[in-house]
Design a protein around this ligand. Structure first.
Ligand code: FAD
Length: 318
């Protein structure tokens, strides 16, 4: 079922949803089920699975020459989505990225997803990999998420890259895209970022999932600005509990967001790791309660494949 249908059927009640990462290469599917089993008890409406682009490493060969290897640390997004749908009968949402994909690769991936009975995709550009200063599109691929939205919409109308194909099957994917209440890190300002977000929606995106944030006012302002700009699709807030002192620097550094002063001060006063975790979890619970009151369509948890913290929060809400 489509995410937009889940939201419609909920009739204003906030849904619970989550994002997991594929296990690192060398693990089996039970690793994923182990993460999900405790969370599935809380009946998530849908489960996103991230996509991880291949990175490049160099290894010295015996003759002293360097050889370039392509490594994907967390493969298996499409297969994991299929396994989730078969095992739990819960809609899985694969993330689809521009990086590393030609348009043909994307078309093949969408055909696979359609054969597997997957109804939703979260369409993203992807971040630059470690060896890139800025995002470099695959030759023959897409440079921005809006181009990828266009390709998925095209396939939804039976438009394949080979336009000589006859009697083509039209897919029917529901399309999600990313939004940034504190703006995307590469964007000159929030207004320009909003302009490109609107482009993604105008091209056919059906809903937005936000980057994580810790100050609800940022989300409320973002929703207001979206509506003022004519973006009417559901805007699902992304939630990630802060549970370790190292995240005081790693979260702003990796996700380009601010942490509220009150949260930082409380965390700095904490004397041990369990107190830090308790403060972070309580902050998230309060954040979620306020968001539910506001009437958000779903609370989408970035679990980082750790079920414990998400379960603790969700149990108090759903
Ligand atoms: P875009 O919408 O393409 O925007 C990227 C930047 O370009 C923005 O600054 C935007 O303002 C600008 N821009 C957009 N269109 C144009 C244009 N036509 N001309 C000029 N500038 C333009 N990454 C992964 O690799 N795998 C994942 O599974 C993954 N999941 C994510 C899930 C969520 C909910 C979020 C919020 C992010 C996720 N990411 C993931 C990270 C994401 O790929 C990065 O944030 C990436 O840098 C931007 O992706 P985007 O889809 O927002 O890009």
């Amino acid at each position: 079922m489509k995410i937009t249908e889940h939201i419609e059927q909920a009739k204003g009640k906030t849904l619970f949803s989550l994002e997991i990462l594929p296990p690192v290469k060398g693990q089996d599917i039970n690793c994923t089920f182990k993460t999900l089993d405790p969370l599935v008890e809380l009946k998530p409406a849908f489960i996103d699975v991230t996509y991880h682009r291949q990175e490049y490493i160099y290894k010295q060969k015996e003759n002293g020459l360097l050889k370039k290897y392509s490594v994907r640390k967390r493969p298996g997004t499409v297969a994991i989505c299929s396994a989730i749908q078969n095992h739990y009968k819960i809609d899985a949402v694969p993330h689809l990225i521009c990086g590393g994909f030609t348009k043909e690769d994307t078309e093949d991936a969408l055909i696979d997803l359609n054969f597997l009975g997957i109804d939703n995709v979260l369409v993203l550009r992807g971040d630059p990999i470690k060896t890139e200063k800025t995002f470099v599109p695959e030759p023959g691929g897409h440079a921005f998420a809006n181009e990828l939205v266009q390709q998925v919409v095209g396939l939804n109308h039976g438009k394949y890259l080979d336009d000589e194909l006859q009697e083509t099957h039209a897919t029917d994917f529901c399309i999600g895209v990313a939004g940034y209440p504190e703006k995307h890190f590469e964007s000159a300002n929030l207004s320009l970022d909003m302009h490109y977000l609107k482009q993604k929606v105008d091209l056919g995106a059906n809903y937005i999932v936000t980057q994580m944030f810790y100050d609800n006012q940022k989300y409320f302002d973002f929703v207001t600005k979206c509506r003022e700009n004519g973006i009417q699709v559901p805007i699902i807030p992304g939630i990630k509990p802060l549970t370790a002192v190292g995240q005081l620097s790693s979260i702003p550094k990796n996700f380009y967001i601010d942490l509220p002063e009150a949260l930082v001060q409380e965390l700095l006063k904490a004397d041990c790791s369990s107190t830090i975790s308790q403060i972070g979890l309580e902050w998230s619970v309060n954040q979620c309660k306020e968001l539910i009151k506001f009437g958000v369509p779903a609370l989408h948890f970035y679990t980082m494949s750790n079920s414990k913290h998400t379960k603790f929060i969700a149990q108090q809400l759903f």
